[in-house]
Design a protein around this ligand. Structure first.
Ligand code: EPU
Length: 339
């Protein structure tokens, strides 16, 4: 397979392939169903002098209305138990697997570890890129390794945990977006499972007579459904801003005015504030600008009111950042990637 030009689909419509349902198209589109297609993809793109953009589940992106290049959608499917010992099970998912289905597959077999990350939209391959997290857990907690295609050296590389440089909603793959394409992810799930119930809404489960990964997963799903708008009904990309990690001096004006504002001490002495809280206190919950708006349900979620494009979401995001900066002196940073 050296030339993929014959199977590129021209004028590829992406409006149904991003959870914000933005009007978006690509000069060419292509589903990658086998990692072996990647070298040919990049060779073909070079020959056509076109850039390549990689798309997973489209849940953490704000797509441009037109991309003059090739959008490659990772659609590889496979999940398997690589190794099971007395102390742990090593599981692997192909990049194109739906993350939530992968979580349910592990939990259905009785394995605990990633149940707090249930129902996060997107794919297994996208999970390490922003080190997905929710309810006091993050991907890095049980991460073992991943394989990725290195576009620079044109070879498949294995990354251990340290090499991935995971941090809050960050990794090497987010920092070098044009270099690596994640192919598969391995997680090591401990047999001696301890539920992670520290987060409000989960702590009451500690009273249950028997706690199982399934019980925790079901509660996480119920919590998410009650707190966050469903992108199938109200198109959105989840949290639109990261929770800002600021210095004690930067947090002081907020905490002096609102002593009960949510704030979480970090290991490095800084403080994590809540972006949703800051936006709500700026008076923007439910605010609308053109075809984009802020969810009435959760102030950190931007929604497509109908027919929105990247520019509508971008304009609303800029407005929110300027208002929060003026009100609290805190700079917000977008979580989804503008592609
Ligand atoms: N809050 C408000 N107003 C709002 C929304 C939230 O005041 O409209 C307050 C809440 O009362 C709470 C605080 O803000 O005190 C935090 O809210 P929440 O518990 O909903 O969590 P979050 O910090 O907004 C983070 C993740 C979510 C994850 C939840 C649950 C980020 C950027 N977001 O949200 O992840 O599901 O915690 O663990 O870290 C995502 O990344 O797309 C995402 C949904």
């Amino acid at each position: 397979m050296t030339d993929l030009a014959p199977i590129l689909i021209p004028d590829f419509d992406l409006s149904g392939r991003n959870t914000l349902a933005l009007k978006a198209a690509s000069r060419f589109g292509l589903e990658i169903t086998d990692p072996a297609m990647l070298p040919a993809l990049f060779t073909t793109a070079r020959e056509l002098r076109l850039p390549v953009r990689i798309l997973g589940g489209g849940s953490n992106v704000v797509l441009a209305s037109h991309f003059d290049g090739i959008t490659a959608m990772i659609a590889t499917k496979d999940r398997q138990i690589i190794e099971e010992t007395a102390s742990a099970v090593l599981v692997e998912g192909a990049a194109g697997e739906t993350w939530n289905e992968f979580v349910a597959w592990t939990v259905d077999q009785g394995f605990g570890g990633i149940e707090n990350l249930a129902l996060i939209p997107g794919t297994v391959g996208a999970a390490p890129v922003q080190n997905i997290g929710a309810y006091g857990a993050e991907l890095a907690d049980h991460f073992d390794s991943l394989t990725a295609y290195d576009r620079q050296n044109e070879q498949v590389v294995v990354f251990g945990k340290d090499a991935c440089r995971f941090a809050y909603r960050d990794s090497l793959f987010k920092q070098e977006p044009d270099r690596y394409v994640v192919l598969s992810v391995r997680l090591r799930l401990p047999k001696a499972w301890t539920p992670n119930l520290g987060f409000a809404g989960l702590s009451e489960l500690a009273e249950a007579s028997e706690i199982t990964p399934k019980l925790v997963m079901d509660r996480v799903i119920a919590l998410r459904l009650s707190k966050l708008p469903d992108w199938r009904v109200t198109p959105n990309a989840g949290s639109f801003f990261q929770n800002p990690i600021v210095t004690v001096d930067e947090a002081r004006p907020v905490l002096e005015e609102f002593p009960t504002a949510p704030n979480y001490a970090q290991h490095d002495g800084r403080t994590k504030l809540s972006a949703g809280w800051l936006i709500e206190k700026t008076g923007l919950k439910g605010f609308k600008l053109g075809k984009a708006g802020i969810s009435e349900k959760h102030a950190l979620v931007l929604i497509n009111l109908g027919g929105a494009e990247q520019t509508d979401i971008g304009a609303l995001a800029s407005h929110i950042k300027a208002e929060v900066l003026a009100r609290f002196g805190v700079q917000l940073h977008e979580e989804p990637i503008f592609l």
